[in-house]
Every structure is written in C-alpha cells, then in structure tokens.
Design a protein around this ligand. Sequence first.
Ligand SMILES: Cc1cc2nc3c(=O)[nH]c(=O)nc-3n(C[C@H](O)[C@H](O)[C@H](O)COP(=O)(O)OP(=O)(O)OC[C@H]3O[C@@H](n4cnc5c(N)ncnc54)[C@H](O)[C@@H]3O)c2cc1C
Length: 408
Amino acid sequence: MPSYDILIVGAGHGGAQAALVLRQQGFAGSIAIVGDEPELPYERPPLSKDYLAGDKSFERILIRPPAFWEERDIPILTGRRVTAVDPAARTVTIAGGDTIGYGQLIWATGGSPRMLPVEGHDLMGVHVVRTRADADAMMGALDATTNVVVVGGGYIGLEAAAVLRKFGKTVTVLEALPRVLARVAGEPLSRFYEAEHRAHGVDVRLEAKLECFVGDGDAVTGVRMADGEVIPAQMVIVGIGIIPAVGPLITAGASGGNGVDVDEYCRTSLPDVFAIGDCAAHENGFCGGQRIRLESVQNANDQAAVVAKCIAGERHAYHAVPWFWSNQYDLKLQTVGLSTDHDDLVVRGDPATRSFSVIYLKAGRVIALDCVNMTKDYVQGRKLVTEGLSPDKAKLADTSVPLKELVL
Ligand SMILES: Cc1cc2nc3c(=O)[nH]c(=O)nc-3n(C[C@H](O)[C@H](O)[C@H](O)COP(=O)(O)OP(=O)(O)OC[C@H]3O[C@@H](n4cnc5c(N)ncnc54)[C@H](O)[C@@H]3O)c2cc1C
C-alpha cells in the first residue's frame, strides 16, 4: 500500500494550494494529491466566464503547468475517487478498493452541484457548471442550441447567461426569490444586475415557479412552469448551489452537517485530518463568528495556507478577509467582506453610470463592499472592513471623498 506523509483529497483550488505552500514552507516529506477529475488542478471561475466564452484555453486555466508538480515531487493521482476514510488505520479507500495510507490528511473536495428534484432533471441538455467536463459539454452543445433556460439567479447562473447572450442565444433566467443574487448581495446590487441582464436581452423572471423539465424522450425541449407555460429550451443550466462533498469524512465520524466542522486551524474532529475550502464549515470572524462555508477561491487558498503552515510548524488561526469577484458583460464586480447580516447600506455613486459601490454596515460599522467597475473603492475600502470602522454615512456616499480618507 502506498503511503504519504501528507495526503490531499481533492485536486482543486484548495488541494493544489495546500501542496504548493507546503513545499514553499520547505516541507520535505512525501505529498500526494488524489483527485476524481481526469485533469491536473485548474481554476474553476473561468468555467462560467472566459473559458466558457472560448476566450481562454484549458492550458491557460491550469493552476500550474504539469512540470511544476513533477519538479516538486507532488504526484497527482487523477481519476481516483476516495470513498472511505479510516482514521484509526490512517488510510483512505479509493473507488475500486485500493487503499492509500497517510500521516496527515487534508480534505479539499469542494462540492457537487445541487440538482432540482423535478421530473426531467436527467434529460440530455440539462447541465450544471462545476467541472471542465461540465463546461465542455455545454460548449459542445452550443451549435445545436437556440434557447437556454438558466435556473438560479446566483453568480454562476448570471455569468453563464451573460456568456450565452454573447453567443446570441435566447436566454431566460428563472429565479425563485424576488430578486437575483438575493443570498449574497443587497437589493441595489440585485436590481442593478437584473436591469443589466434585461438590457442585454435576458428574460429575467423573478419568483419563478418551475414545475419540471420536458423533453422528447432523450433530450430536454423546455421548462414547464407552474402555470402551465412551457419555455422552449434545448439547453438548461441549473445553478442553484452545491452540496459539500464530505460523505466519507462524516461516515468516519467527523462532526459536521452542512460541510465538515473545522476549528481555526482547519482541523476536523478526526485526528490529523484537516478540511479546507468549499466543504469546510468554519467560524468566520467577518460574520460575527458564525459557522459558515465560504465558496470562494480566496477562502480555499487562504485556508490551504493556514493548514500548510500549521503542518510546517507555523500556527496562524484563519482570519482572512473574504473577497470575491464576478464578471458579467463588461462589468467587473469585486467584493470584500461579507454582507449577509447587514442592517444598513450606502450606495456610493450612481448605478446608472455602471460604476458604483454598495457599502454594507452593521451597527454602524462597515462590514462589506460590493464594487462594480470601481476598483479604487474596492482597494481603498478594504481597510474599512478589516478594521470595522464606522465612518460618517454621508461621507461614505460622497464620491468626491476617497475612501482612503475615511480610514485615517
Ligand atoms: C463556474 C464557477 C465559477 C466560479 N467563480 C468564482 C469566482 O468568480 N470567484 C471566486 O472566488 N470563486 C468562484 N467560484 C468558486 C470557486 O471555484 C470555489 O470556491 C473553489 O474552487 C473551491 O476550492 P476547493 O478546493 O474547495 O474545491 P474545488 O476547486 O471544487 O476542488 C475540489 C476537487 O475535489 C474533487 N473531489 C470531490 N470529492 C472527491 C473525492 N471523494 N475523491 C477525490 N476527489 C474528490 C472534485 O471533483 C474537485 O476536483 C466559482 C465556481 C464555479 C464552479
């Protein structure tokens, strides 16, 4: 049985980063990454942006070129799915029955797309966007597609909608809630993106009641709504979130539910088993210490660094400021902090100019910014969040006052 000092399960953002920071830290022990996808680690965000648009090749979205992993003696065991963990024996089992031993285990498995439990969900032409294979399947079907229905008005769905409009497809977005981006942003940002998509010809439907997908036996032909209307679609994209891939860890006794619970060093309740990235439920200081999962490259990379350093003997608790981005049409959104619990907000600049920021406050303190085509606010406002400052609201709204003047 092969065995490694550090075994990383999941060859995505977090897994790759953990291995490379371990080597940067001078860790000389053996490291291997096991991943169930056939590819070397690649960036996931372009799958709904420039990769889907055909503007970036797959080689350009690899996290590191193949030689990088070889030179650092980090074997990447692709196409292998871990189905069980035995924390007493310190082994994992791969589908098919092989086992691999570990000294310390880093679980970085992300999640799988949530499917809609409705009739027709398994028809050909119903897509999700999580892996390169998912994006390739969509790209391969584009020529035969005129009408697309996107289920879910979150970032991934809206980004895909923007790309598909660029290809001239007829696009309908179905959002069950009264506004798009409802779970992640305040109302002004939602209304702005709703208007942008409509201006680009997307049929955005809010409080949409989807009944099922209809097809011709094999392939999807439309989406039936609760009122009986059938929206034609040769392609349906379901973007309604993920289910964290933590089954084997929970079965092995790790505590968790929606993800696996970790402490400030990303340690699970199992000995020498860490978890990072989308699947790690951690207490986050940027939302009052609530236990949450963050689905972002920032979180995966920063938690990976915490674990790698912890293993290398340098302990730093995880307290990285959350940030995120989204590209839709010519709009670059950059967010810092977590806005979910805000009790007040300030719109800085005029959304009609397509360059503005939404600043979120809680009990008078700045907790987050969403900056649209406004990198300056994003850069200068960061400190307002990290320091939890309480500037005057009128000044926050006044675009003639640079945010950096409010952090003094
Ligand atoms: C289309 C799309 C667009 C996005 N856009 C942005 C963005 O603009 N900005 C941003 O910050 N974030 C974005 N994200 C989110 C970001 O990509 C994730 O937060 C990040 O990839 C999380 O890294 P991770 O290592 O936790 O998981 P992942 O990168 O998902 O890697 C997990 C890997 O583990 C594998 N795996 C799962 N279970 C097993 C198992 N049992 N055995 C072996 N391997 C397993 C998975 O197949 C996958 O390869 C986007 C995500 C998607 C899908």
